[in-house]
Ligand binder design. Structure first.
Ligand code: COA
Length: 401
């Protein structure tokens, strides 16, 4: 179906997120590097960033995000798990296979990992929608999980972060019906990349901002040409937020391109409720646009029946714009208390502690090494042995050998 159509009744049935044990407030970063704190709080719109413990990674966050979804809905009908990440832990094995094991899921499931910088979570969602359209009895577990890591003392350092979002995609969804068409855009740009031999990403910050804005123009043009909704129909816009100010830059740019009023109040009305989690979690890459959705659903007045725009951008670059309609009654299915708890229970650390955690890496000598216990979360990275990561579940679910 094209042209403002609700595409069947397929979409996001449940959404849950998890983040890390530790948090670095930007005040601590400013104390370290002498920056004016207003640059962070106002200039880029960030107040804090999630920092993983040594025994947390994309797998433990993904399992922690997905466990409540599996606990609520069971695994019946889930025949696919798609995990999107740009901070992959293995060049061959999909991180989702560890998650599948930690969650004790049945063996009759396909598991795959997707990559295209911060965009891949949306690719995973779109692939999931296609599978459910093909067989509406099936459900797909989509997980977007990332640790954003830049070199210490680089400009990117202020835009680190970490989180995972798990979404159950199904027919007759309880939260958001995803619509056709999508607007698409791809351009070969070197604004952000991470060669296989590097743990920290490389970024050309200003190039990444202009590439993002170019992509916004591109996806909107394609979206409208394919018969998408008019700008004024949307109650809110969930943008990829590498830093929350980027959503404001992007939306102003879109309004400007469409010859619309770019007044602060106009922009704030459609973005203001989407930034609460990203501003204190930092860049969660593939998860970021769906953390914006979580914040919107958790914080906004009743959005039942209202269209929401989604703008997903991944450096390199690929972008997509699509619409979703919020399902009446969605508020009964939200996880607002658990989401706020995930943010508030993080332990604040100072810059020195953050730097130490960031410098930690697993030994690569092939020996047997235990990882110190730091996290209190339900899943942890327990060690490494013969180059194999060992995970454990603390909550009585399955245990990975
Ligand atoms: N008070 C208020 N605002 C201030 C300020 C102060 N004291 N000092 C600086 N600012 C503003 C700047 O004007 C700028 O805003 P603008 O872009 O609207 O003009 C903003 O704070 C950032 O300042 P800038 O000098 O550009 O910071 P930077 O060189 O440290 O780089 C990023 C910022 C975001 C480019 C950098 O953190 C980065 O490269 N991050 C990773 C890449 C990324 O996230 N890309 C986004 C697309 S995916």
């Amino acid at each position: 179906m094209t042209g403002n159509g609700v595409s069947g009744t397929v979409g996001i049935h449940d959404l849950s997120f998890a983040t890390t044990r530790f948090v670095l407030p930007h005040t601590e970063l400013a104390l370290h590097n002498g920056a004016d704190i207003a640059k962070y709080h106002i200039g880029i719109g960030q107040r804090a960033m999630s920092v993983p413990a040594v025994d947390e990674d994309i797998v433990t966050m993904a399992a922690a995000a997905a466990a409540p979804v599996v606990a609520r809905h069971g695994t019946d009908g889930i025949r696919t798990v798609v995990l999107a990440t740009e901070s992959s832990i293995d060049q061959a094995k999909a991180a989702g296979v560890y998650v599948h094991s930690l969650l004790g899921m049945p063996s009759a499931i396909r598991v795959v990992e997707l990559k295209q910088a911060c965009y891949a979570g949306t690719a995973a969602l779109q692939f999931a929608l296609g599978l459910v359209h093909r067989d509406p009895a099936q459900r797909v577990l989509v997980i977007a999980t990332d640790v954003a890591k830049y070199d210490p003392d680089s400009p990117g350092e202020a835009t680190q972060g970490a989180a995972a979002v798990a979404m159950l995609v199904s027919a007759d969804p309880a939260l958001v019906r995803v619509e056709e068409p999508s607007g698409l855009f791809t351009a070969d740009v070197m604004d952000f990349w991470r060669p296989n031999y590097r743990e920290a990403a490389l970024v050309d910050g200003q190039e990444s901002i202009s590439a993002y804005l170019q992509a916004v123009e591109g996806v909107w043009k394609d979206y409208r040409e394919k018969g998408g909704r008019a700008l004024g129909e949307f109650a809110a816009f969930c943008y990829h937020q590498p830093f929350t100010k980027m959503a404001y830059k992007a939306h102003r740019h879109l309004l400007h391109c469409c010859g619309e009023d770019t007044d602060d109040a106009v922009v704030d009305r459609v973005l203001g409720r989407t930034t609460a989690y990203n501003t204190v979690i930092g860049n969660s890459c593939t998860a970021s646009v769906y953390l914006a959705l979580a914040a919107l659903l958790d914080d906004a007045d009743d959005l039942s029946g209202r269209p929401v725009g989604f703008l997903s951008y991944g450096s390199g670059s690929v972008a997509e714009f699509f619409a979703g309609t919020v399902v009446p009654g969605y508020r009964e299915h939200l996880r607002t208390a658990a989401h706020r708890e995930a943010v508030f229970r993080r332990r604040p650390i100072d810059y020195a502690a953050c730097r130490e955690l960031r410098a930690h890496s697993l030994p690569a000598d092939g020996g047997d090494h235990l990882v110190p216990t730091q996290t209190e979360g339900p899943y942890r990275l327990a060690g490494i042995s013969r180059h194999k990561r060992l995970y454990e579940a603390r909550c009585g679910l399955s245990r990975h050998p």
